[in-house]
Design a binder for this molecule. Sequence first.
Ligand code: MN
Length: 252
Amino acid sequence: MKRLSPIILVCNDDGVRSEGILALAEALRVLGTVYIVAPDRERSAASHALTLAHPLRYEKLGPRVYAVDGTPTDCVYLAVNGILKKKKIALLASGINKGTNMGDDITYSGTVSAAMEGTILGIPSIAVSLASRKRFQFHDAAEFSLRVARKVLRHGLPKDTLLNINLPNIPKEEIRGVRVTRQGKRIYENSIVTKKDPRGRKYYWIGGDNPSRVDIPGSDLEAVEQKYISVTPVHLDFTNYASMSALRRWKW
Ligand code: MN
């Protein structure tokens, strides 16, 4: 009997050389044949951008490792429709990102967007992020990603749904468990830095220090703060169904 070896695509937004993607790919290798198709440089907060106005190129860095000069979404698109065109991809895993992707941040996230693109293209997809800015414990996060990948390969995922996973960056003995969560909400304050360049012109840098969060019970942000691994099923249908009947009563 032929041994089944599922094809697994690994992407990220921190770039093909990030330790996070290497740890993730390494962990998933026990499940099947892993391909890395990832940006050739960091593209964090690239969101779901697709490159349409100029050509895309990729470089093969090694066996089943490709660096693309585009966004995370470009990578998934190019992998599915080009590099791996003749193969059936069983799973897409994006990450492991340096830093969380929770609350409103998932709309900016290249990591989550790669998983969105996978979902749109019909591939069960997960995004994995680690809650820290330094000393990342990728090994434990990769181990957990493997557990999730096994489950996704076995059960599949609901229609138009990806799993957005965020892990506290603490030793696994200190992790209190896994929570299935809802998307939370951040509060951003003073999140722009204004300085002057050497020629005296002002410039701006987006993003300040540790934003706080709205207290939403059962949210991703709450779970990670309380030392749980957060697993959020993210749905690609953005429709607010509850508002539809009220909107229909507007005088259109
Ligand atoms: Mn990133």
